[in-house]
Design a protein around this ligand. Structure first.
Ligand SMILES: NC(=O)c1ccc[n+]([C@@H]2O[C@H](COP(=O)([O-])OP(=O)(O)OC[C@H]3O[C@@H](n4cnc5c(N)ncnc54)[C@H](O)[C@@H]3O)[C@@H](O)[C@H]2O)c1
Length: 264
């Protein structure tokens, strides 16, 4: 009899995780490897990608997702080195340092963030979809969105980029469903990726994170129903769900993994 463990098992699958050198990407790469997948970890910083790969028994490569031709080569490289491309996780993203009053946001800041958060996701989806269609055995694409796709607070540059990722996800899900390729957005809530212990959430005053977040965001964090910052591995668990047989009939969704943020 098939067990639910079989549905979670990713043995025989090949995953590529962008921005996997640290934070949520590292946790997702680790979780996919724990479920049995062979994982290609890419990052703009090769040394961090290599560290993750060494820890999880995966492979590593340098990749700037904003570089279109490098993305095409990296997806083909994944196939030539690991034998296939079954799961793509578009995790690489920028957020700190691109906010502030709209009049202070320069063209360079806008373009720098969108080239990674939006162009990069598009380039990777395009390259992977072509390969997955040619392979003819379906596939999974998971795009990292954010609660900021639907509740603004980090700034027009970032919030807009994640809303774009969310609709790109739905459009691609519609287009690729006939090929058995499920495309979903995973939307993390506040997830502590800065090292050390996360600040306590005491429900009293806005949490002093030291991060340049809008007051609305700090206030929401202080009232987060889960009462604590998310751990990156909580995103890893959600990614395994979206990458596995457990979500075979799930496509085009925006899945908040947010400790209740969107209930506020
Ligand atoms: N941490 C959170 O609370 C949170 C909340 C919502 C959404 N997210 C999203 O989750 C994803 C991961 O966030 P994180 O907090 O782990 O970020 P992080 O900054 O800790 O890690 C991002 C990783 O991406 C890499 N990277 C940056 N630019 C790149 C590029 N051009 N090409 C390839 N790699 C690049 C970095 O080197 C780094 O290893 C992002 O898309 C982010 O927007 C995070």
């Amino acid at each position: 009899m098939v067990s639910t463990a079989d549905w979670i098992d990713l043995t025989g699958k090949v995953a590529h995780v962008t921005g996997g050198g640290k934070g949520i990407g590292k946790a997702i790469a680790t979780a996919l490897a724990m479920a049995g997948a062979k994982v290609m970890v890419s990052d703009i910083k090769l040394e961090t990608a290599q560290e993750t790969a060494d820890e999880i028994g995966g492979s590593a490569m340098a990749l700037d997702v904003a570089d279109r031709s490098a993305v095409d080569a990296a997806m083909h490289n994944t196939v030539s080195r690991l034998g296939a491309l079954d799961i793509l996780v578009n995790n690489a993203g920028l957020y700190l340092g691109y906010g502030g009053p709209v009049e202070d946001i320069t063209d360079e800041m806008w373009k720098a963030l969108w080239s990674v958060n939006v162009d990069g996701v598009f380039y990777c989806c395009r390259a992977a979809a072509k390969i997955m269609k040619e392979q003819g055995k379906g596939g999974r694409i998971i795009n990292l969105a954010s609660t900021q796709a639907v509740t603004p607070g980090v700034g027009v540059t970032y919030d807009g980029s994640k809303a774009a990722v969310t609709m790109m996800t739905k459009a691609l899900a519609l287009e690729l469903a006939p090929h058995g390729i499920n495309v979903n957005a995973l939307a993390p809530g506040p997830t502590w990726v800065h090292g050390g212990e996360p600040p306590l959430i005491d429900g009293q005053a806005p949490v002093r994170t030291g991060l340049p977040l809008a007051d609305t965001v700090a206030d929401r964090i202080s009232r987060l129903p889960a009462g604590h910052w998310g751990d990156p591995m909580e995103q890893g668990k959600a990614a395994v769900f979206l990458a596995s047989e457990m979500s075979s009939f799930v496509t085009g969704i925006y899945l908040p993994c947010d400790g209740g943020w969107l209930t506020l």
